[in-house]
Write a protein that binds this ligand. Structure first.
Ligand SMILES: [Zn+2]
Length: 114
């Protein structure tokens, strides 16, 4: 099975989308991951500080997971729907990479963080 099977994007678009992993993208991803880890830490810290046992922590975790899934799905849809690769700031970082995975699903696993 070829990497393009099931996708309508022509090979020329694949060449444009699948390219080098740039430092701005690396910084963007590390910033996002760091901020996400900070938010998880704060959620757990604040929930544990309530001294109400494990149930609030578990409920907060589940609600936060659903909320984050909704937000990330909305961001994914927006990046797949609006803008172009040439769009300032978001084009080369978010839009390009969200669209790349439709053409080359394994691309995200083929690069390092640096
Ligand atoms: Zn997508």
């Amino acid at each position: 099975m070829s990497a393009n099977q099931g996708y309508s994007n022509p090979p020329s678009q694949k060449k444009v989308l699948v390219s080098e992993y740039t430092w701005p993208l690396c910084i963007w991803e590390l910033s996002y991951l760091s901020f996400s880890m900070f938010l998880w830490y704060r959620l757990i810290q604040e929930t544990v500080a309530l001294h109400q046992g494990p149930l609030p922590v578990l409920l907060a975790f589940i609600i936060a997971q659903l909320f984050v899934d909704f937000l990330s799905g909305t961001l994914h849809w927006a990046a797949d729907t609006w803008g172009k690769i040439e769009t300032p700031i978001f084009g080369s970082t978010i839009i390009k990479n969200f669209r790349t995975h439709h053409i080359e699903p394994q691309d995200i696993t083929l690069h390092s963080f640096a």
